[in-house]
Design a protein around this ligand. Structure first.
Ligand SMILES: [Zn+2]
Length: 239
């Protein structure tokens, strides 16, 4: 199945926090969007692999993505090395996305920067014909290089290179984030409080979306950084 947009994420919930509004918007525009999570988030203080899996599936349905897979890399310890690059290349070649969205280039959690580098390197290597990979049925895969890769912004504030207007999709983003019931603020939970389960965390996510929206004269926005300068077809493509 060919996708238009593939989101690569170190942990289940990274996609929701970083780019759920952009995902929902592009689904509404008719694009096929999928998510490939690298790990099951098994080192998270709250919840379990099973609850995280259920929550990820629910969040995927809320955003309207057509596929969500998990590569089951080791949370906290996966590396940007050949073994992991080949697995990500298999996913890129399987879904042949035109655009890839990936983790923040650097962040509080070291998996995010690692995930960004892994995604970036895999996107390039995936286009090299002499790197041979096989699909789940054992068939040789064709090389595929996405046109471009953009990095969403996570916990640590990074100055974006461009912002997507997600004003009509903020409600979906919040619902998708809250699908991860074990991870974020829940007054009835008796699990230990964490950095992301404090009520202020979701306020920060909303405040940032408002700040990014304000910067482009809309209500809510999601920011991205680029490694290759983006171009526009005409000046009228800019808001
Ligand atoms: Zn994460």
């Amino acid at each position: 199945m060919k996708l238009d947009l593939l989101v690569l994420a170190a942990h289940p919930d990274d996609a929701e926090l970083g780019c759920a509004g952009t995902i929902a918007k592009h689904v509404a525009l008719g694009y096929k969007v999928g998510i490939v999570d690298f790990t099951q988030g098994e080192l998270g203080t709250r919840g379990t692999i099973q609850t995280r899996e259920k929550e990820a599936a629910e969040a995927a349905a809320i955003q309207g993505v057509v596929v969500r897979e998990n590569l089951k890399f080791r949370d906290g310890f996966f590396q940007n090395d050949e073994t992991h690059q080949l697995k990500v290349i298999q996913s890129i070649r399987k879904y042949q996305p035109d655009i890839v969205l990936a983790n923040a280039v650097s962040d509080r959690h070291s998996d995010h920067g690692k995930g960004a580098s892994l995604a970036f390197d895999a996107c390039f290597l995936s286009g090299l014909v002499k790197i041979e990979t096989r699909d789940e049925q054992g068939n040789a895969q064709k090389p595929w290089r996405p046109d471009t890769i953009y990095h969403y912004i996570q916990s640590v504030m990074i100055q974006p290179d461009f912002i997507v207007d997600i004003s009509d999709y903020w409600d979906i983003k919040l619902k998708a984030i809250k699908a991860f019931k074990t991870q974020f603020f829940d007054a009835s939970s008796d699990e230990p409080e964490t950095y992301i389960s404090k009520p202020g965390f979701l306020k920060m996510i909303e405040s940032r979306a408002i700040e990014f929206g304000h910067a482009i004269n809309t209500q809510y926005g999601e920011g991205y950084t680029v490694r290759r300068l983006p171009g526009v077809k005409s000046l009228f493509d800019l808001l």
